[in-house]
Design a protein around this ligand. Structure first.
Ligand SMILES: C[S@@+](CC[C@H](N)C(=O)[O-])C[C@H]1O[C@@H](n2cnc3c(N)ncnc32)[C@H](O)[C@@H]1O
Length: 421
């Protein structure tokens, strides 16, 4: 008979002491509060649970792991570099390369990439399992609608075709079957998990903020025609359409799935004044000179290219009416005032999240490029906007100045210009 080993009797558990006052919940909102428009994919219990897990993981990485990267940078990475090189860091690339050797950065970076890959695959599965339904619903809403203008045989710009941006399978343009919208629907359902709800229920907090900014800063400005370039599926152009219901809005994008889904989504949200048009916005020759009052881009420039951006700026100058405005909303540019650590952390997307132009775009002197496109120095516009979200449901995280999630935080810079009348 085998000997029986008895474990020692357990010591009585010590009562759990409260060490501080209970903290209010400050995690991301439950996925179930997401804004469900008429073509939003259905999500079952397990899919919601997966998105909730990913949103919590992203919040944990930003709030708890990221500060450790900063501490490791101060305590280990910088002293080791200075000891070896006998000088300080000279640019963000040196900082990034040094950080990659540190285990805390390695953990944070690997987990950040893993949550992005998981988010894409989670959303992809949700939309593919109901692809026929989604494609049929969108087709019924758009097929005979003149506000969807697709160009058969349209050639994707290389900057959109060659890359699966932020690990998104097939990027913005791939169609698994004719009329496919599953890629666009995937973008729509997952962004709430990636940002932890910081863009609002309908992921439109950027557009809402821009519309408010224009109303506040340019109260006399009454645009009749607005052009949104790189509109995607219209998250941030629908709020402009709602803020200016009498304006005619043209939203241009290269990806047909985004445009189809975008029109269907806008219609079911009650926005009827947007035409979704396929095109490469570096050549908008189909529009006449001085034919728009306002040209808007939101989180778009970083997905173009060094060659394309001057063409886009020149087109915006040509297309604006005198007195009209162009606004580009982006994550902040790298400047000499921004610490190199912050620049290196912000650069993460370029190297690990399939955003190759991100690093170059954020070092460009945008003022100089705008001037080169013909905008007057005195008429340049600079501002800042933070996503406007429903305070009853969402944390005001975008306005929190302490917590940063370099590249994902819903607080942006606005660079633009008013065309001299
Ligand atoms: C990050 S998404 C931003 C979407 C949208 N502005 C928003 O705020 O949700 C970038 C979009 O730009 C589009 N895009 C990139 N380069 C383009 C180009 N040269 N012409 C037209 N669209 C382009 C992509 O297809 C994609 O939908």
């Amino acid at each position: 008979m085998a000997d029986t080993v008895h474990p020692p009797a357990a010591a009585p558990a010590a009562p759990i002491q409260a060490t501080s006052a209970p903290r209010a919940y400050d995690g991301p909102p439950d996925y179930r509060v997401v804004g469900r428009h008429g073509v939003f994919p259905e999500t079952n219990h397990d899919e919601v649970a997966r998105f909730n897990f990913l949103a919590h993981m992203n919040r944990h990485l930003a709030a708890n792991v990221m500060p450790g990267v900063g501490e490791a940078f101060e305590a280990r990475v910088t002293p080791a570099f200075e000891k070896k090189e006998k000088r300080s860091f000279k640019d963000r690339h040196e900082v990034r390369k040094a950080l990659t050797q540190d285990p805390v950065w390695q953990w944070w970076s690997a987990m950040r990439r893993a949550t992005m890959e998981s988010r894409q695959q989670a959303g992809r599965w949700v939309t593919i399992r109901q692809a026929d339904d989604l494609n049929d619903k969108v087709r019924a809403l758009t097929e005979t609608d003149a506000r969807l203008v697709l160009k058969p045989g349209f050639k994707q710009p290389r900057s959109t075709e060659a890359i699966d941006h932020h690990c998104m399978p097939g990027s913005y343009h791939t169609e698994l079957v004719p009329g496919d919208v599953t890629g666009a629907a995937n973008y729509d359902i997952g962004i709430f998990a990636t940002t932890g709800g910081m863009l609002g229920r309908y992921n439109d907090g950027g557009g809402v903020a821009v519309a408010e900014w224009v109303k506040q800063n340019l109260p006399e400005f009454q645009p009749k025609r607005i052009l949104d370039i790189g509109c995607g599926l219209g998250h941030n152009v629908v709020p402009l359409a709602q803020a200016y219901p009498d304006a005619e809005i043209v939203a241009v994008d290269a990806g047909a799935p985004m445009l189809r889904y975008g029109l269907a989504r806008a219609k079911t949200l009650g926005a009827d004044n947007i035409t979704f048009l396929q095109g490469d916005v570096s050549d908008l020759s189909q529009f006449e000179d001085e034919s728009f009052d306002w040209i808007q881009s939101t989180m778009f420039l970083h997905e173009t290219s060094y060659k394309m951006m001057p063409l886009i700026f020149a087109e915006t100058k040509r297309l604006l009416k005198p007195g009209g405005i162009v606004l580009h909303v982006e994550q902040p540019q790298y400047t000499d005032q921004m610490p190199l650590f912050e620049q290196a952390m912000r650069d993460w997307d370029a190297f690990y999240n399939n955003e190759p132009f991100w690093t170059k775009m954020h070092e460009i002197d945008l003022d100089a490029w705008m001037e080169k496109a013909g905008f007057s120095k005195d008429a340049l516009i600079h501002g800042g906007v933070a996503a406007v979200v429903d305070p009853e449901v969402f944390p005001e995280a975008a306005k929190d100045t302490k917590q940063e999630d370099y590249g994902r935080k819903a607080a942006w810079h606005v660079i633009g210009a008013r065309k001299v009348a």
